[in-house]
Design a protein around this ligand. Structure first.
Ligand code: SF4
Length: 667
């Protein structure tokens, strides 16, 4: 395999080995299966059965249950029997951390066990150890000795296994040699995979989860390449973003990570980890997966043969495409957000409130939020009121010619229209480029060479092609190969129906490109006005949308935040909760959010238990971790600063901690 997927310019599903989990077949082009994990106490058989049923009824095709020790592993039998008695044959997965004994029991009961190679054998002490090659080989022998019995049991019982690496819980051994890098994550799984293969056991699925979609996407890509290079084949992949959080942000973060990989045909099963009831994860999974059911039969006439394709960027590490700056777009500046208000008949000051600008009549001032759009697109309209100082307007050329303030208004041309236009802005011109549809071939882009590197031109790339993301990516490859360094705005329209579908569409299409370093701005829109109005009428699947412009603008900023290209708000890393959780995660997350959501750029982890929480809170600045019934331990980075605080005062103590560390500002 030259890169990491079958095609970079078309949707093509990656071929993986077939794996059997109970009666469910995974990989080898079988449908992408959706799954979730229970949050009940595994010792509470009936609660776990009832919750599993709610998940199955919602569409879960696999249900994972935590088995922290031998007694929970044994109780899986009662849970399984009760489910089967009630007519549910959905395969069950035991989630194991730290306890090989529990894994060996569970593997005889359920259809699949998940092990975390970061903590199956190793206990994490956050130690940096120098290993000689001989020492390292000894460590691998130690793992082989402890892991092989489980492999043999799985083989004997026909049980499947997921080797599930988490970015936040890599072993000290891996951290010492590779750091917390995508390569470290891959190697962590490969060590276990090699041991399993040596036993001729192949009923294996792998995952590379992280709460940072950028790290997660790179790790999966690297893993695929490593498997093909070393084994000549690829095992099925389970996709997920860990600790994604809740609400819109959780959905966007998941869609950016999972969606970017699905776009490239990668992924055989997915789980969206939300800090919400597990059955609520399933509709999000389904919205993500249904985008690909008919994709492979679509018309895609523009493929570049991968064998001849030379990639001008590295898909295994992030690097932003090099551009020059045109005004506040491109160069080293954060990506801009353009709000499309062109479907409003008469734009008034109150419309700007939806995109982050609130006019205060008493003081005659505009209040500007952290998530305020940088530009608005108004089509043919010039505005009859004074605009906030930081906001600029994009209009069609005829309107621009009529505009008196050429420092505020800038024209947008349609492809070759810019080259032939008589009047252009000296400072900033936008040029729309429709990338590769059935009618538009590479020969139709000769005009690009005429405007290439014009210091006033910002390109706006979109595609009406079925494989829009791939078509726009192909254009980026073309631009790089032609040494065209103009900044680029990603224009993405959605033709879907519900708010959730729109959100996933936007996050997937633009997220995939931003994670590859492409894009100096984004503009999200809808195929038609009727469809925008529909969003409200369609009501909720999960999300309630009262103001479509605000929803779209917030989505744009959240996508930039999730891709870590522009930080405009507090980041929450909160675990999805499971049978180990020691407090009400949803309620506590909401409480912490309400007090801290004005702290731009601060990363706060909210984790249900001290067993896995600290290891999995990744690169959070502060951590709020359940350490016993009614007890919370607070962290600064990886360091414990307040141990076993009473939960009634723990949120206040967290705020105090933020204050002590100068991470607090008054709201
Ligand atoms: S951190 Fe959260 S999801 Fe992970 S084991 Fe602990 S309680 Fe469960």
């Amino acid at each position: 395999m030259q890169f990491y997927c079958e095609s970079l310019t078309q949707y093509k599903r990656l071929t993986t080995r077939e794996v059997k989990i109970g009666d469910l077949l995974l990989g080898n082009h079988h449908p992408i299966h959706v799954q979730t994990m229970t949050t009940t106490d595994t010792m509470d058989t009936m609660a776990t059965v009832e919750q599993s049923i709610r998940c199955i009824e919602a569409g879960a095709e696999l249900v994972r249950i935590t088995a922290p020790s031998k007694k929970e592993a044994e109780n899986l039998l009662n849970i399984k029997n009760e489910l089967r008695k009630r007519g549910y044959s959905t395969p069950l997965v035991a989630d194991i951390h730290f306890t090989p004994n529990a894994a060996e029991i569970a593997a005889r009961i359920v259809e699949k066990v998940r092990v975390n190679p970061g903590n199956y054998v190793d206990k994490k002490k956050f130690e940096l150890i120098e290993y000689s090659d001989a020492d390292y080989a000894d460590e691998i022998d130690r793992i082989r000795e402890r892991f092989t019995p489980l492999v043999k049991i799985c083989k004997e019982y026909g049980t499947a296994m997921r080797i599930g690496t988490n970015h936040g819980s890599l072993s000290d051994r891996i951290m010492s040699r590779y750091g917390d890098t995508p390569m470290g994550m891959v190697e962590s799984a490969m060590e276990f995979l090699r041991i399993a293969r040596a036993e001729s056991y192949h009923n294996i699925v792998l995952s590379m989860k992280s709460s940072n979609p950028q790290v997660m996407v790179q790790a999966y890509r690297l893993l695929i390449k490593m498997m093909f290079d070393e084994f000549g084949e690829c095992y099925p992949l389970h996709l997920g973003v860990t600790e994604a959080g809740d609400g819109e942000d959780g959905r966007i973060k998941s869609a950016v990570g999972i969606g970017s990989l699905l776009e490239d045909g990668i992924g055989d099963t997915i789980r969206v980890s939300l800090t919400e009831d597990p059955e609520l994860e399933i509709p999000v999974c389904r919205d993500l997966v249904k985008r690909y059911t008919s994709q492979e039969s679509g018309v895609r006439s523009q493929e570049l043969a991968s064998s001849t394709l030379k990639l001008p960027y590295d898909p295994f590490s992030y690097q932003r495409r090099e551009t020059f700056a045109v005004d506040n777009i491109g160069g080293k500046q954060v990506p801009v957000v353009i709000a499309d208000l062109s479907k409003i008949d008469k734009i008034a000051p109150q419309h700007l409130q939806s995109v982050g600008y609130t006019y205060d009549e008493a003081t005659d001032k505009w209040n500007i939020s952290d998530a305020a759009a940088d530009y608005i697109f108004t089509g043919h309209q010039l505005l009859g009121f004074h605009l906030p100082g930081t906001l600029k307007v994009i209009v069609y050329p005829a309107a621009w010619e009529a505009a008196s303030d050429k420092e505020k208004y800038f024209p947008i041309f349609q492809d070759s229209g810019f080259v032939s236009a008589e009047q252009k802005s000296e400072k900033l011109n936008f040029v729309m480029v429709d990338c590769f549809s059935d009618e538009i071939t590479i020969n139709d882009f000769s005009y690009l060479d005429q405007l290439a590197n014009d210091p006033s031109v910002v390109l706006c790339l979109s595609s009406t092609n079925q494989n829009a993301m791939q078509s726009v990516r192909r254009m980026f490859i073309e631009l790089q190969n032609r040494q065209i360094r103009n900044p680029v705005i990603l224009i993405t329209d959605s033709g879907w129906q519900t708010p959730d579908e729109h959100l996933i569409h936007f996050a997937t299409e633009t997220g995939a490109l931003l994670l590859d370093g492409f894009g100096d701005g984004i503009c999200l829109g809808y195929s038609s006005k009727a469809q925008m109005e529909n969003v409200k009428a369609k009501g909720r699947t999960y999300l309630e949308v009262n103001d479509i412009y605000q929803f779209t603008n917030n989505t744009a900023f959240s996508i930039l935040q999730a891709t870590r290209t522009r930080i405009s708000k507090t980041e929450y890393i909160s675990c999805p909760s499971c049978g180990r959780t020691l407090f009400d995660l949803q309620e506590t997350t909401a409480k912490i959010r309400a007090r801290t959501n004005h702290l731009k750029g601060v990363k706060i982890a909210i984790m249900g238990c001290i067993v896995n929480g600290p290891g999995e809170m990744a690169d959070a600045d502060f951590g709020y971790v359940g350490s016993g019934p009614g007890k919370i331990t607070l962290y600064k980075g990886k360091e414990v600063v307040k141990r076993n605080v009473n939960s009634e005062v723990a949120v206040d103590e967290l705020i105090n901690l933020l204050k002590e560390n100068e991470a607090w500002i008054e709201p």
